[in-house]
Design a protein around this ligand. Structure first.
Ligand SMILES: Nc1ncnc2c1ncn2[C@@H]1O[C@H](COP(=O)(O)OP(=O)(O)OP(=O)(O)O)[C@@H](O)[C@H]1O
Length: 534
């Protein structure tokens, strides 16, 4: 039997070394690492700074990025009587930056290396979820084609400072990351990092989930299969066009903030949708699975990649003018068993109670097993419902799908990890009506409070376009006048839209979707509530 590695021990209480008088650029401080080693505390030395009380500092060890001998420069100035602590510093609007504090010890005291050693041991002790080795995929063509530069200039140095070992792969073509993840030995890794947009993240996530199922012998093509969560977490360094998944899980699209969440080992569970066409898995998705408007926008925007992120505005504008709707049948399994609903005005934030309560339920078995229990407790029961007709948009999202243009997102009260998704049905309406719905995504008004919009919290979805129901009925004849002209300019008549799935277009219109609660984990913690002073 292997002997367990002893946990790094902390110095005994009363060790004078953990209470030192140290000089910093802000003055002299009584600096201590109290027993337990969870915080580095500093109180101004009263004799040296009269009236300086209140400028104390407290750095949680869990938010310490690293500690090094010498000054804060890179490479550090090797001063035997100096050491520097690097930590997470909160800025405005969910942004984090790298803070640093230089300490100078009394010359000849030998205290600097001892402080460095003690702090590093504390980081090790309290940072068990921190990654030590990461595989980083950089997509050089995502967004404004700046992923390589972003990683090199803003992230690589932070990982090095935190002592994280990295292997960096710049992808040369689509699906390269997928192939590597499926084939390579990932045994010694703690996580994957995606430097790119939602499409790159989706590719990594899909490959990681597939790899886990293949190894466990779970048939992914079976829509009813219970999937196994991968061991590795995924970090997202935003470098795409919209970066909605990063924004909705961190609250900002900033490479440094994301890198710091990775370094301190944050962990955020995420629900994942599996999308099947009959008995074949097409894709996994965490953000938008959309048919109609968003499906058309994404597939059209692919033809205009040269425009960069502007392509979405261009294709969106066209799609609004065309005002196309598509006929079909939507069937959905309502969430049941939960008080929360898409219009309850709550927001999923770090430490969300709805998500943590759901994690107990999610551990409790399959939907079928849970139904009788829900009935006995009087909670709403999951049931299949059906809506038929012409839809301008069918949107399913496992998260708010917020992005900088729509900070509340497609479904502002959606939860990241409650085992459900929000289904938004926009029925055929005028272009003006649809514009009203769209504009409400940007001005905090209720986008669901319109007669042609409905929203449901669901666990599964099926969609069958009218054309694939074997009906003889044809697409309505083209409209005359300016409407018909616009339609001609846009795409001509097309009976089917396509589904877009985390920004990638799917090849089939009749699909089934199932939500898998907390199937993956990100290096994130959800959006933090505004922090008050303690
Ligand atoms: N070297 C490459 N050449 C071409 N395509 C690539 C390459 N590397 C990766 N890809 C593909 O590029 C696609 C799009 O990338 P990504 O989604 O990251 O950027 P984006 O579309 O600009 O951002 P977003 O999805 O946030 O709007 C991904 O599906 C990925 O498979």
């Amino acid at each position: 039997m292997a002997t367990p590695t002893p946990a790094p021990s902390l110095p005994a209480m009363g060790d004078p070394f953990h209470l030192s008088l140290l000089r910093t650029p802000r003055g002299r401080f009584r600096v201590s690492l109290p027993p337990g080693g969870e915080f580095l505390l500093g109180t101004p030395e009263p004799l040296s700074r009269p009236g300086a009380a209140g400028q104390s500092f407290c750095i949680p060890i869990t938010e310490m990025v690293g500690v090094q001998l010498g000054g804060s420069g890179s490479p550090p100035t090797v001063e035997g009587n100096q050491f520097t602590v690097f930590f997470v510093q909160r800025e405005k609007r969910q942004r984090w930056s790298l803070g640093s504090l230089e300490f100078t010890v009394a010359p000849g005291s030998g205290l600097a290396p001892r402080w460095v050693d003690a702090l590093q041991r504390s980081i090790q002790l309290h940072g068990v979820t921190r990654p030590r080795k990461l595989l980083v995929f950089v997509n050089p063509v995502g967004g404004r084609c700046r992923a390589g530069e972003i990683y090199r200039d803003r992230v690589a140095g932070l990982f090095a400072l935190a002592g994280i070992q990295t292997e960096v792969i710049e992808t040369q073509r689509p699906h390269e990351a997928r192939e590597l993840i499926l084939q390579q030995d990932l045994g010694d890794l703690d996580g994957l990092v995606c430097v790119g947009g939602d499409g790159t993240f989706n590719e990594l996530m899909h490959a990681l989930i597939s790899r886990t199922q293949r190894k466990a012998g779970i048939p992914e093509d079976n829509p009813a299969a219970t999937l196994l969560p991968p061991r590795l977490r995924i970090g997202i360094i935003p470098a795409g066009s919209t970066d909605c998944i990063c924004f909705a899980t961190v609250g900002t699209n900033d490479p440094v903030t994301s890198a710091l969440h990775i370094i301190i080992g944050d962990s955020q569970p995420l629900d994942v949708c599996s999308v099947h066409h009959h008995e074949r898995l097409l894709r996994y998705a965490v953000s938008l699975v959309g048919y109609g408007f968003y499906g058309d926008v994404v597939s059209d925007s692919e033809r205009h990649r040269w425009m960069g992120p502007m392509r979405y505005d261009f294709s969106g504008f066209k799609a609004v003018l065309c005002n196309r709707s598509y006929e079909g049948t939507v069937e959905f399994l309502t969430a049941g068993g939960t008080e929360a609903n898409p219009r309850d005005q709550t927001r999923c934030r770090a430490g969300c109670l709805v998500c943590s309560e759901s994690s107990h339920q999610l551990l409790g078995g399959s939907e079928e097993e849970k139904l009788p229990q829900q009935e006995s407790t009087g909670a709403a029961v999951s049931e299949w419902q059906r809506e038929q007709g012409r839809f301008l948009a069918i949107n399913l999202t496992c998260m708010s799908s917020a992005c900088p243009k729509s900070p509340d997102g497609l479904s502002p009260s959606a939860h990241l990890a409650d085992g459900t998704a929000d289904l938004i049905l926009v029925r055929e309406c005028s272009a003006l009506g649809f514009l009203r719905h769209l504009s409400r995504h940007m001005d905090h008004r209720d986008q669901f409070d319109l007669p042609f919009v409905s929203v449901h919290r669901v666990r599964a979805l099926r969609f069958t376009p009218k054309q694939l129901e074997g009906s003889e009925e044809r697409e309505r004849p083209g409209c005359r006048g300016w409407k018909g002209l616009l339609r001609g300019l846009c795409w001509g008549e097309q009976p089917l839209s396509s589904w877009s799935c985390d920004g990638e277009t799917l090849p089939h219109a009749d699909i089934s979707v199932r939500v898998h609660g907390q199937l993956i984990h990100l290096f994130a913690r959800g959006i933090e509530q505004k922090m008050g002073l303690v």
